[in-house]
Design a protein around this ligand. Structure first.
Ligand SMILES: [Cu+2]
Length: 142
């Protein structure tokens, strides 16, 4: 066997060792924000003052830590639609189903690892208030 073939096989076997898994940290401040739609001002629940909320980026096998600080007067949680919660079901997000909602003035850290997933997923808030902030925001996995 040629030496270059041996080197190629060695590199292929070691490739997973060279792939770097990152810990990606985000902070979500859940706050009210006044918005003007059709000449009417309305206060809505936002994440970091944005609507839709911030886009998250991660790669397969990354661990994602999202600290959510609830600064509104409603209970909230963040639902990570489509994220496989392998052994982290408490980080899925639907309030009263997989977790207690985050109460006003409290925070919660969602902690999960992205395993076997790529593509575009979405997240949105669950809240006791009907609000456009329930609209989905993006979560890109590559
Ligand atoms: Cu949901």
């Amino acid at each position: 066997m040629d030496s270059w073939v041996r080197v190629l096989i060695l590199v292929a076997c070691l490739y997973p060792v060279f792939v770097e898994c990152k810990v990606r940290r985000y902070q979500f401040n859940v706050v009210m924000k006044n918005t003007i739609r059709l000449c009417s001002t309305k206060s809505i629940v936002t994440v970091n003052g944005k609507f839709p909320g911030p886009t998250l980026y991660a790669r397969e096998d990354d661990t994602v830590l999202i600290r959510v600080i609830n600064r509104v007067k409603y209970n909230v949680s963040i639902h990570w639609h489509g994220v496989r919660q392998l052994q982290t079901g408490w980080s899925d997000g639907p309030a009263y189903i997989t977790q207690c909602p985050i109460q006003p003035g409290h925070s919660y850290v969602y902690n999960f690892t992205l395993t076997g997933q790529r593509g575009t997923l979405l997240w949105h808030a669950h809240s006791m208030v009907k609000s456009p902030s329930m609209a989905p925001s993006s979560f890109y996995l590559s």
